[in-house]
Design a protein around this ligand. Structure first.
Ligand code: B12
Ligand code: SF4
Length: 521
C-alpha cells in the first residue's frame, strides 16, 4: 500500500513563490514510496475550501498532514484548520517543519510534531515510524517538554548531500514563466557575526552532483517549460570551482536559463576570474549583502574589504556584466550596525543615490533577534550578535527610554513605511508579524528607533524608487506570462511600478491555482 500525505505550503501570495521546502520534502518522501501532494498558498484558501480539499483527498492510506510555513507565516484560519483536522482525522499526524519553525504562531495543541531545520534525513525516520515500516527510535529534542520537537541540525544533519533535487507534479500546475528555487550547495563557508543562517563555516565541496542538477533542470523544462530559477545557496560564489563544476551542464541545456542568487561582493571583486564564469552560468540576477560602507562597521562584522574597493568594484562589475547580458543587481544594507552614525549613513545614501539608480537597493534596520533570552537560546537561526551582545557593544534600551508601541507591526507599518501594498515592505511586515518579539537595542552610536527612522527615509527617497529586486523578477514574468528574456523593457521597472501594474494578474495567478486545485478531484 502506498501511504499518502498532504503538505500545505504557506507563503506570501503577493510574492507568488511556492514554498520550495514543502516540495523538497515531498520529493524525498515520494522517493521513499509515498504519495505526497503539495498545496501551495494554503493561506489563500477559505476554511470551507480547505476542508473541501482535504475531504476530496483523504483515504485510508492517509497518514499525515504537513505544514511548511515560509518565514513562519501563519493565519488564524490555519489554526482553525488544524483544529478541524485533528478532530476529523485523529489518527492522522499533523507535522509542521521549517527553519526556525518554533517561531511560528501555529497552535501547538493541534500539531503532533515540530521539525526544525533542514529535514530530509529526519522525515525519512519520522514517516517510516508513522507508517509502521520501521521502529527506529526518533531522536526527539530532550529539552523541549511542551511538544514533540526534532532539531534536525543536531540530530539529523542534512548536509552535505549529493542530491538536493526538487521535483514537481502535474497537480502542482507549474507555469513555464515561473521562477522556481534550486539549491546547488548547502552551507556557507563564512561566519559573519550578524548572520543567523544555521550552516556556517563549512569546509570543502558541499555541492550536489552535476547529474542531479542536470536532471532537475531538464525535468522541469521538459515537463513544465521552466527556465528560470532563484538559487538558494547562501553564497553562490564562495568557491570558484563550484561555479566551474556546473558550467558544462548549463551550456548543454536545450534552453537558456536565468539564475538569481546571493553573491559576496568582496569575493567577486577580488576574484576577477568569477565574472566570466558567472556570465557563462547565466547568473544574471545577483543579490549582495553589502550591509554598510563604513570601514569600522565592516571590520566589526568581519567584512574586511575596503569600502572604496567595494564601491568601485560593484560599479565596474555592473558595467561589465550589463554589457554582456540583461542584468539585475540588488544590494542590501543593514542600518544600525556598530560604529554606524547618522553621518556615515548620509554619505552612503549619497553614493547609492548618485550611482545606483539603474539597479536595486533595499535597507533594513538591524534586527539582532528576539528580546526573550529563552527564545533566543532555543532558536536554530540566531546570530552571533544576539549571543554575544557585549562583544559588539550592544545593550538593551533601559525601560525608561523604551517608546511604548514603537516596535509592533501596526506602528511599523504606519510610521516606518512598511505597507502591504508594496512587495518588499510587505515581506518585512510578514516577518515582523511572525516574530513580533524585537530586541530593543542600542550602542554607542545609534539605537533601534533612530535606525528605523533612517530606514524609513531611505525607503521613501531611495529604495522604493529603485529598480525591481533581483529576487522579485517572478512578478514580472508572471505578469507578462513569459520569461524574462522576452520582456523587452523590464529593466526599467521599479519596485513599485511592477507591483502596481501587475497586481491584477498576480492575483489571477494564485487564484487560478487555487481553483484548479479545488476542481482537481
Ligand atoms: C528563495 C528565497 C526567497 C524567495 C522565496 C521563494 C520561495 N518561496 O521559494 C523570496 C524572494 C520571496 C524571499 C523573500 C524573503 N526572504 Co528569503 N530566501 C530565499 C532563499 C534564498 C532560499 C529558500 C529556499 O527555498 N531554501 C531551500 C529549501 C529546501 O529550504 P527550506 O525552505 O528551509 O526547507 C527545508 C526545511 O525548512 C524543512 N522544511 C520546510 N518545509 C517543511 C515542511 C515539513 C512538513 C517538514 C517536516 C520540513 C520542512 O525541510 C526543508 C528541506 O530541508 C533563502 C536562503 C536559504 N538558503 O534558505 C532565503 C532566506 C530564507 N530569506 C531570507 C529573508 C531575510 C527574506 C526576506 C525577509 C527578504 C526581504 N527583506 O524582503 C523576504 C521575506 C519573504 C516573506 N516574508 O515571504 C533569510 C531568512 C533569515 C531569517 N530567517 O532570519 C534567508 C535565510 C536568506 C538570508 N540568509 O538572509 N526569499
Ligand atoms: S552573511 Fe552571507 S556570507 Fe556571511 S556567513 Fe551569512 S550566509 Fe555566509
Amino acid at each position: 500500500m502506498k501511504f499518502h500525505g498532504l503538505i500545505f505550503g504557506v507563503s506570501d501570495a503577493a510574492q507568488m513563490y511556492r514554498v520550495t521546502g514543502a516540495h523538497r520534502i515531498a520529493t524525498v518522501l515520494r522517493h521513499e514510496g509515498m504519495d505526497i501532494e503539495v498545496i501551495d498558498w494554503a493561506n489563500i484558501f477559505t476554511l470551507v475550501e480547505l476542508k473541501e480539499l482535504v475531504r476530496s483527498r483523504v483515504s485510508s492510506r492517509t497518514v499525515f498532514f504537513g505544514f511548511s510555513p515560509f518565514f513562519n507565516l501563519w493565519t488564524p484560519i490555519l489554526n482553525e484548520f488544524i483544529k478541524w483536522l485533528k478532530f476529523e482525522y485523529p489518527d492522522c499526524a499533523t507535522v509542521i517543519g521549517g527553519n526556525n519553525v518554533m517561531h511560528c504562531a501555529a497552535d501547538p495543541k493541534y500539531l503532533d510534531y515540530w521539525i526544525d531545520g533542514y529535514a530530509e534525513k529526519a522525515v525519512v525516520d519520522l514517516f517510516a515510524n508513522l507508517c509502521h515500516t520501521s521502529s527506529r527510535p526518533i531522536k526527539w529534542d530532550p529539552f523541549t517538554v511542551d511538544r514533540k520537537l526534532i532539531r534536525c541540525h543536531e540530530s539529523y544533519p542534512a548536509w552535505p548531500m549529493s542530491s538536493y533535487i526538487t521535483l514537481y507534479e502535474k497537480r502542482d500546475f507549474i507555469q513555464p514563466y515561473e521562477f522556481l528555487t534550486t539549491e546547488i550547495s548547502r552551507g556557507c563557508r563564512f561566519k559573519c557575526d550578524f548572520c543567523n543562517f544555521p550552516v556556517l563555516g563549512v569546509r570543502g565541496d558541499y555541492s550536489r552532483t552535476i547529474e542531479d542538477f542536470d536532471y532537475e533542470m531538464r525535468h522541469n523544462y521538459d515537463n513544465w517549460g521552466v527556465t528560470q530559477y532563484n538559487v538558494a545557496d547562501e553564497t553562490f560564489n564562495d568557491r570558484t570551482e563550484k561555479i566551474e563544476k556546473f558550467i558544462p551542464i548549463i551550456q548543454n541545456l536545450p534552453f537558456k536559463p536565468w539564475f538569481t542568487g546571493f553573491l559576496r561582493a568582496d569575493l567577486l571583486i577580488t576574484r576577477r576570474e568569477q565574472w566570466q564564469l558567472l556570465d557563462d552560468f547565466c547568473f544574471n540576477g545577483s543579490f549582495f549583502g553589502i550591509e554598510s560602507l563604513n570601514r569600522p562597521t565592516l571590520r566589526a562584522i568581519s567584512k574586511g574589504l575596503d569600502p572604496e574597493r567595494i564601491k568601485s568594484g560593484l560599479l565596474e562589475y555592473r558595467d561589465w556584466k550589463s554589457a554582456r547580458s540583461p542584468t539585475r543587481l540588488s544590494v542590501s544594507l543593514i542600518h544600525g550596525l556598530p560604529h554606524e552614525t547618522k553621518e556615515t549613513l548620509a554619505e552612503s545614501f549619497k553614493f547609492w543615490k548618485e550611482n545606483w539608480s539603474d539597479q536595486n537597493i533595499s535597507c533594513h534596520a538591524l534586527d539582532v533577534g528576539p528580546e526573550d533570552d529563552e527564545l533566543a537560546k532555543v532558536q536554530t537561526m540566531v546570530s552571533s550578535f544576539r549571543s554575544n551582545l557585549e562583544k559588539y557593544g550592544i545593550r538593551k534600551i533601559p525601560p525608561e527610554r523604551i517608546i511604548p508601541g514603537a516596535l509592533v507591526p501596526e506602528y511599523l507599518e504606519e510610521n516606518i513605511g512598511w505597507s502591504k501594498d508594496m512587495s518588499e515592505p510587505a515581506s518585512v511586515l510578514a516577518t515582523i508579524t511572525a516574530a513580533p518579539d524585537i530586541f530593543p537595542w542600542e550602542h554607542d552610536t545609534m539605537n533601534i528607533y533612530e535606525a528605523n527612522d533612517i530606514t524609513y527615509n531611505w525607503n521613501k527617497n531611495l529604495c522604493y524608487k529603485s529598480r525591481v529586486n533581483a529576487f522579485n523578477l517572478n512578478s514580472i514574468t508572471i505578469g507578462h506570462k513569459t520569461n524574462l528574456y522576452n520582456v523587452s523593457n523590464w529593466q526599467r521597472f521599479m519596485v513599485n511600478d511592477t507591483e502596481a501594474s501587475e497586481i491584477a494578474q498576480k492575483h489571477d495567478f494564485v487564484l487560478n491555482y487555487r481553483n484548479k486545485k479545488l476542481n482537481l478531484y
